[in-house]
Ligand binder design. Structure first.
Ligand code: UDX
Length: 435
């Protein structure tokens, strides 16, 4: 049976969940304190760039199964199930900042007008779901609610698809009643035989951190192997391919690059280390992954400096600013570290990205030259750095680029181009993990 659901937070997690649950046939209100965002969403305008989001957003607005509101009180009263999808950004020390979750929980206490299932989708440290349960019970003096942990694993750029086709759904729960309600909401996924992991709160919370830290470790591992491949004359692409053929390892997340970025891996690895500190458990492997990832970003500049030792007053073209392809998100993007290092060296920087230019302007203002296309960016440049793996950069017209650049230096931080072809055009080429 369809449910009345309120989703608090309209960032990546909250917005995609609101749209997805409405598409499953539920009656959904998406809530955010940002009124302008809410007005835009009600008009069918998404605050994020995401494949298929316009289609799904507008389809569900039109069917009236989905609406957005900035009135948290009435939205909380007018539902049976509350999903919390607000941000948990890192504090200075790496710990997750739970203030947004705490504020929502306080609002829930003020507006608890009957039985509710309260589901935490935000990534939260161990103990948070139990804290939410105890806090609401204490504040409201009521047992007429359940708390459920339901961590989100969607990837930016594929968020809508991931919502409808997850590898698994993880549910931390304590009561049979809440289990039945969650089963009902996710009925559409049951029908396509999505595996469900039913567990306690602590297990659900740890699964999310362990998952992200493991993927960050896998990337960092192959980045180290790339560095070693360079030194010994091996080819990391072939090494990764052969490793991936081992069913126990698998081929995904073995692409060497300029270091992982985004809103999750950097934040969640740091939070996991903090959790280890809190419980006095050695998390040195994850700590080292964090350190190595920083070194990997710096390594891209070292590569450039090896070829062009004096960078001052040189012009560098950066192709790709987003932390990965198919998103406009620049949070923790390796491009930010690379650009900052270049700026320290008095480099003129010309940038292009198919989607992230407006976010880049918010970070760098007039410190960069923003270009409409790759060709404009490389014009008169002394070096070209490929930083994000956008497909359109895989087929660059090297003939034209070779003619336009002042010095033909190409640093390919994602191993996107065919090294031999690039060299045929007279470039000095540096990829990763292959000579
Ligand atoms: C990640 C998790 O995949 C997702 O399950 C979780 O919910 C949120 O964090 P996302 O941040 O969208 O998703 O990006 P993802 O595709 O996982 O890539 C993360 C970073 O790793 C990017 O900077 C990407 O470029 C990098 N990466 C990924 C590599 O350098 N090499 C790889 O082989 C894969």
């Amino acid at each position: 049976m369809s449910k009345k659901i309120t989703v608090i937070g309209t960032g990546y997690v909250g917005l995609v969940a609101a749209i997805g649950f409405a598409d499953f046939g539920n009656d959904v209100i998406g809530v955010d304190i940002d009124k302008e965002k809410i007005d835009n969403l009600n008009k069918g305008i998404s605050p994020i760039y995401e494949q298929s989001i316009y289609e799904y957003l507008n389809r569900n607005l039109k069917s009236k199964r989905l609406r957005f509101s900035s009135d948290i009180s009435s939205s909380l009263k007018d539902c049976e199930v509350i999903f919390i999808g607000v941000g948990t950004p890192p504090k200075e020390n790496g710990e997750a900042d739970l203030s947004q979750v705490e504020n929502v929980v306080k609002e829930i206490c003020k507006n608890l007008n009957g039985y509710k299932t309260i589901v935490l989708k935000s990534t939260v440290p161990i103990g948070t779901n139990r804290w939410v349960k105890d806090y609401i019970k204490k504040e409201t003096n009521s047992d007429n609610f359940d708390v459920v942990s339901n961590p989100e694993f969607l990837r930016e750029g594929r968020a809508i698809n991931d919502f409808f086709h997850p590898d698994r759904v993880v549910i931390g729960y304590e009561s049979e009643k809440s289990k039945e309600i969650i089963e009902d909401i996710y009925k559409s996924l049951y029908l396509i035989e999505t595996p469900f992991v039913w567990c306690n709160y602590e297990t659900a919370e740890l699964i999310k951190y362990a998952n992200n830290a493991f993927l960050a470790t896998k990337i960092t591992f192959i980045n180290q192997i790339a560095n070693l491949s360079e030194a010994i004359g091996a080819n990391v692409i072939q090494v990764a391919k052969a490793m991936g053929m081992d069913g126990r390892i698998g081929p995904k997340f073995l692409h060497a690059g300029p270091g992982y970025g985004g809103s999750c891996f950097p934040k969640d690895t740091k939070a996991l280390v903090e959790i280890g500190n809190k419980y006095n458990v050695n998390m040195s492997l994850v700590k080292e992954v964090i350190n190595l990832n920083e070194l990997q970003k710096n390594k891209m500049i070292h590569k450039l400096k090896r070829i062009l030792p004096d960078l001052s007053n040189k012009c560098v073209a950066i192709l790709g600013l987003a932390f990965k392809a198919e998103t406009d998100d620049m949070r923790e993007s390796p491009a930010i570290s690379i650009i900052n290092k270049l700026l320290e060296n008095n480099v003129t920087i010309k940038v292009h990205d198919p989607k992230a230019i407006s976010n880049a302007k918010q970070i760098f203002g007039d410190k960069l030259i923003y270009c409409d296309n790759a060709i404009e960016a490389v014009n008169d440049a002394d070096a070209l750095m490929l930083v994000t793996d956008w497909n359109e950069y895989r087929n660059l017209n090297l003939n034209i680029i070779a003619k336009l650049m002042k010095n033909k230096i190409l640093i390919d931080t994602r191993n996107m181009l065919d090294m031999e072809k690039v060299k045929e055009h007279g470039f000095i080429y540096e990829g990763l993990g292959r000579r």
